[in-house]
Write a protein that binds this ligand. Structure first.
Ligand SMILES: [Zn+2]
Length: 315
């Protein structure tokens, strides 16, 4: 049984976190159990589950890397399946059976009923996404989600400063204001905060440039771990720099979908007579798992943030 609390996995990164999320006993590597390295990772990967194969691939990749991982199910994924419970129960079962710590997280929920259902099903954390709401309303609704989740000891991620890209609506100019982020974290008691620093959801090319100076300022000011969304569009080197600047949880979905589909497409193209879905899903799952392992290593071994780092204009 190695299902893990998301807040424990984030606390194990050894970053500065709020008192609520980082008990005094939380030492780096504490959340690690079987087969995980004692050295703390610089950041943790959070990858989206869409099908049973993707959950299997994320667990297999994490086991290959010997690293903890977060599996996340988005509200969009629930819409695709029409219901949360079947894919959630499968994912929770796979997480519990893995040899490395795995947390299961609800990603981008805007529906409070879905949050409640995830809490009932035994998720390890939930993200409430109120970034589209006016600030005061985002604050109030997020605080309500935090109240419900914390009653069950479950952590909450929220978003401030809308990270665009879904439905084709790129919003590259949006940035999270550090002062507002500090205020928001205090007003809501969230356990992790997704911030807008230049990435955009659903990008097919890995060409994003991030506002690293803003990440340093946010990490210095905000007392909870920062989450990077839209990482699919960010190249490896820029992800390493973002982690070095202070990002703790790195969400990747579209890029892994592209790796999976690429392998499926290649397999189907090579044999027009192939009909057994297992014959093309297996190579997709294998490619997905290999990329998960590679990304977890990259995130874990990226240079850790320098606690004395100052934004460029203050250096
Ligand atoms: Zn996202």
């Amino acid at each position: 049984m190695t299902k893990a609390a998301t807040t424990d996995l984030l606390a194990a990164l050894g970053r500065r976190t709020s008192d609520a999320t980082a008990p005094a006993s939380a030492t780096p590597g504490q959340a690690s159990t079987a087969g995980t390295p004692a050295t703390p990772a610089s950041a943790i990967g959070a990858f989206n589950v869409i099908t049973l194969e993707s959950a299997e691939a994320i667990a297999a990749g994490a086991e290959t890397a010997g690293r903890p991982v977060i599996m996340q199910i988005s509200e969009n994924c629930v819409r695709y399946h029409g219901t949360l419970a079947p894919i959630a129960r499968a994912t929770l079962t796979i997480a519990a059976a893995a040899s490395v710590p795995i947390a299961v997280h609800l990603d981008h929920a805007t529906d409070l009923a879905l949050v409640d259902e995830a809490l009932e099903l035994g998720f390890d954390s939930v993200m409430y996404d109120g970034a589209h709401l006016p600030y005061a309303e985002n604050c109030a609704t997020t605080a309500e989600v935090v109240r419900r989740a914390h009653r069950q000891g479950i952590g909450v991620e929220a978003e401030l400063g809308e990270i665009g890209g879904k439905d084709g609506a790129h919003a590259p100019g949006v940035r999270t204001d550090p002062a507002e982020a500090v205020d928001f974290a205090a007003a809501t008691s969230v356990d992790a905060l997704a911030v807008a620093v230049g990435s955009s959801h659903a990008m097919l090319e890995r060409t994003s440039r991030l506002d690293l100076d803003l990440i340093i300022r946010l990490a210095a000011a905000v007392p909870v771990p920062l989450v990077l969304h839209g990482s699919s569009g960010v190249p490896d080197g820029e992800l390493e720099r973002a982690i070095g600047a202070g990002m703790a949880k790195i969400n990747v979905s579209t890029h892994l979908g592209s790796v999976f589909t690429g392998a499926v497409r290649e397999t189907l193209a090579a044999d027009p007579r192939l009909v057994d879905p297992r014959r093309y899903l297996a190579p997709g799952r294998e490619a997905f798992a290999a990329e998960v392992a590679r990304l977890l290593e990259l995130f874990a071994e990226a240079p850790a943030p320098d606690p004395l780092a100052k934004p460029a204009h203050e250096a």
